[in-house]
Design a protein around this ligand. Structure first.
Ligand SMILES: CC(=O)N[C@H](C=O)[C@@H](O)[C@H](O)[C@H](O)CO
Ligand SMILES: CC(=O)C(=O)O
Length: 281
């Protein structure tokens, strides 16, 4: 693996732009990159994840999106991470090979959530089969038990993982169990891993136990404010950092109410984002 800039700070989990007739809208990704960098001060993206509805897209669509993000982000973004998890192992492997071929900065893989791995060894062996298809690309395990139902603790998963998966780089940790996160960080201090937190409304707690950064949907529109929170935390000015964290919470409460109201007639996340983003720019 060639030397790379450490992934830290904020990573926007990108939404997938669609045309009114349900096609992926590739041409707007160029503007999306500029918007993230210039308006949100966010220079990393996580593509085809939960926010991007990657698991509801076809393989072809996922590849096209990955290509466009890598291409448009080339001189503007620091890291483009592509989520390549899928229920089918060959599809996941194909996406991993593709991500490597287009020069993605990293890949992430979710645990299969229908026929689930029942123990750590099963999960690592599956991750190994996917990541070995991209032997030069840093790999992040995408831990999101509320959605996958796979509750294997990351602390346990990490024991010996680097021997089996040399590209292992870190975890996108989307769970509220900060004890598990803290133990992972504590036990792996010597290893230069990257722990990216994924529950935006409690990022401050994760920073306190040593998270390196965060991947999330809200960094699409609260990226600038959250970067100010990171700065306040680094100072440290915890009172100010808390103010920004509370802002995320309040904003999400508002969005959740709005989404419940609008759910009857529009797809969830996009509705909220489309309606709210002009007010936030
Ligand atoms: C389940 C889900 O989509 N989680 C996102 C990323 O992990 C978060 O960014 C949340 O959207 C955010 O924390 C709001 O709950
Ligand atoms: C939020 C997140 O990280 C995802 O969309 O996958």
């Amino acid at each position: 693996m060639t030397s790379r800039k450490k992934l830290q700070g904020l990573v926007a989990a990108t939404i997938t732009p669609m045309t009114p007739d349900g096609q992926i809208n590739l041409p707007v990704i160029r503007q999306y990159v500029d918007y993230l960098v210039n308006k949100q001060t966010v220079k990393n993206v996580f593509v085809n994840g939960t926010t991007g509805e990657g698991l509801s897209l076809s393989i072809q669509e996922r590849k096209q999106l990955a290509e466009e993000w890598v291409c448009q982000g080339k001189d503007k973004l620091d890291h483009v991470i592509i989520h390549v998890g899928a229920l089918s192992l060959p599809e996941s492997q194909e996406l991993a090979r593709h991500a490597a071929a287009i020069g993605a900065g990293g890949i992430a893989v979710i645990a299969p959530f229908f026929f689930k791995p029942t123990n750590k060894d099963e999960l690592v062996s599956l991750l190994q089969k996917v990541t070995s298809e991209a032997p030069d690309v840093p790999f992040y395990y995408y831990h999101i038990p509320p959605l996958t139902g796979v509750k294997i603790r990351v602390e346990e998963l990490l024991e010996g993982i680097k021997e089996r998966i040399p590209t292992f780089q870190g975890v996108k940790f989307s769970d509220t169990d900060l004890l598990d996160l803290a133990q992972c960080i504590h036990k792996n201090e010597a290893q230069q891993l990257e722990f990216l937190y994924g529950v935006d409304e409690q990022l401050l707690g994760a920073l306190a136990v040593g998270a390196n950064g965060a991947v999330g949907s809200t960094y699409n529109y609260l990226g600038r404010q959250t970067n100010l929170m990171l700065e306040a935390f680094a100072k440290p000015d915890l009172a100010l950092a808390r103010k920004y964290q509370f802002l995320t919470g309040e904003f999400l409460n508002f969005v959740i109410k709005l989404v419940i109201f609008l759910r009857q007639w529009c797809p969830r996340r996009k509705t909220a984002l489309i309606l709210l983003s002009p007010a936030l720019l």
